[in-house]
Design a protein around this ligand. Sequence first.
Ligand SMILES: [Zn+2]
Length: 585
Amino acid sequence: MAPEDLLAPLIPRESLLWNGYPLFHVSRFSKDFSGRLYFVLGQGLGDHVNGFRILHELQNRFPEARFIVYADRRWEELVLRMGRIDIRWYPTALDPRSGKGTNDPYAGAHDTIREEMAAHPEEAYLAYDHFPMPDRHARGETTLEAISRAIGLDFRGEARPFLPFDEADGAFADRFLREKGLEGEKFALLAPFSWPNKRWSRERFSLLIDDLYKIHGIRSLLVAYPELGAFDNPGVVMAYDLTLGQIGGLLSRSALFVGLDSGPSHMAAALELPMVVIFVERKTIPFEVRALSPWALHVVEGFANEEREPSFESVSAAISFVLKNRTNLKGSIPRCPACERPAHYVWGTDCASIDFGCVCGLVIRETRPDHPVSDNALLEGATPNDERKRPEREIPLSTIVVKSDLGSLRKLRAVEERLRQGLSERLDLTFERGSKGALHAPSDKDPKEKGEIRWSQDALVYWMDALGYDLWEISLSDRQANHWTLRFVRRDKEAQGRGKKPVKIPWGDVILRLASPRDYGQWYTFEKWGRPEDLVGIVKSQVALGYYKEATRSARVAFWAKPSVRSLRWVGKALYFRLIRKGLP
Ligand SMILES: [Zn+2]
């Protein structure tokens, strides 16, 4: 059997059922499908423009279908532009400005859809709702990617939000910019408004406006609401209380976008703008809600330290990087040497370098574009102060000490080169787990080396997978130093029946007891971002989509990792569905 790529999207071959609703599946229907497709868009602006992408794609592929779209009236202006849809407004959801609205706007929509589906069996399907695949976190997917996968759509890494654009928006923007004296000028659009818990402080935005103006010679256009108050920094232009279309128009004319985990970031991603997004709270998993774009850096410094919000310095460094590499931003963001995905999360910065993180948890250090010292000088002057460091040619291919032997890109490539020759059947990687999660703490006292790598457990699993090795087991090799050893075996040397081998794997501050090491790659490779309580979410999602067998396994994992009334209840629910409900309509 060909090795299963841990990152390849596993698209279900057939329509799934989600809580009893039949889901659409693109491969099951021909172009002339003329039934009903229901969309229940998520309540936020970002949810809407992400949902529009799937709507737009299905409208193109199934021109005869009837599209019934449940939406939030707050985004009416954009919804009305989608064309060829039957719109049904659900009750307006809770809004950060008015403080009014409902917490569960979807219940009525679900009841109606259920009735209509019963009246039109075999020709009514749910095409968009909150039914993302249960392995989405392990795969580092956004909600848009995970939902499209469930209905058989594969955007091949090119998924993007969709913004219905009107020529009038562009005309408005040109008029507005002329009035404000910004016509023909490169400017940055800043969107500092969101829920209070997602906002980056006003003081830091103010520093940023000055930084952009004085260092980069770029004026800031501030798109927000009057309750944010006025800014009087030199060069700033305020554009408050605009319509969504007008915001879209201004976005289309801007050179850079800086925003938060909120709607305008998703609009900017749809327009493929170079952008920097600042994540403030740690409640959401940033990769799940991130604005999908290859031209974005996401500053997630709050995940690396105990600060609530990223520092001004890190945001400023990210912006310098984006501006410096504006013409080839996609190609300039470092690729993760372990899993090949773009390392577009900014973990932190100092005067000389930026730490870029991958969704797999690996962090790689790059020289800051605005640092006066050249790359070469930095490399020559650097000596990682690890006493156990060995020259590459002396690293044994049976026991590798991750921190010293794979601590830089240069060393990693040398070891990789030798491993590709397939000389080693078994390999032990010893690494130090930080007090929380797998990353060892940043070594701020060390001299910096460009290309310095800080590993995560998940990154090691991905890296070895790409080299043809499977995880076999993990053990604590030195309790005092918190050193763990991951044992890998070459895939073609696997012992028979190893799929059944139980294994214990550290995950954050808890231990996962898995029926097989393979389960780890499929469901749990999001250690860097997840919390033990998120493990129940996997079970919930598996039950909703009818993966009952897997759900009973995951429920046990979640319970042993964090015993609670909630996780125990899901053990019961998963069993009930597997034994009693399976096979019932
Ligand atoms: Zn990676």
